[in-house]
Design a protein around this ligand. Sequence first.
Ligand code: ADP
Ligand code: MG
Length: 229
Amino acid sequence: MENFVELDKVTKTYPSPEGSKEVEVFGGINLELAAGSSTAIVGPSGSGKSTLLNLIGALDKPTSGEVRVDGQSLAGMSSEEAALFRNQTVGFVFQSHHLLPSCTVLENVMVPALAGHGDLTGKALQTRAQELLEEVGLGHRTGHKPGEISGGERQRVAVARALINEPSLLLADEPTGALDKKNSEKLVDLIVRLNESRILTLILVTHSQETTKRMDTGFLLDEGELKQL
Ligand code: ADP
Ligand code: MG
């Protein structure tokens, strides 16, 4: 089967803040993930997990090497092309929900569709946002503001928002990092269910062994190297 995500000898080096010594995050990473697969990335803090996700999601560019997603090479994209790729192909969920506080839950879910050039507008877009909120168990909270729902519910809204443009890749960077155990389990259940119910390649950064076990594959990122678990 064709790989959906391919990293070929990817390196990333950040210039140091003082301009003296550079920070080499990784020296040459290779990775191949099949379409629809689920993958956990674990590793100590500072090992480059977020950097890796940002490269795959075209939020950042590698220092050298190739990143390909769905056959598209990301390195050569202009910033406009990268923005279009992120909007159409990738859904992001972070540790912090990043919801707009003055918009309702329903409006928050529609934001990526309004920001892009998607086919859905008006009533049809509202209907899809409503359906997604029902799918994440929040059909009864659509008119609430983010400040009026719980932390676990806010993360589920963030997941619904990530899916509004029907992405084929979901990147989740410690999505349960700010949640208690019960809400973490609920969110992981949801993400696993979404990965299984549509063709959605999932890469999830976590510190949890239990969550890692629920993915098809797991990788440890440590000292610049990616090792399959
Ligand atoms: P993780 O997500 O595993 O905690 P990160 O990918 O955030 O790790 O960071 C990896 C390394 O790169 C760290 O040493 C961090 O300090 C450094 N780093 C991350 N982003 C930047 C940046 N924009 N500029 C300079 N160094 C950075
Ligand atoms: Mg991180």
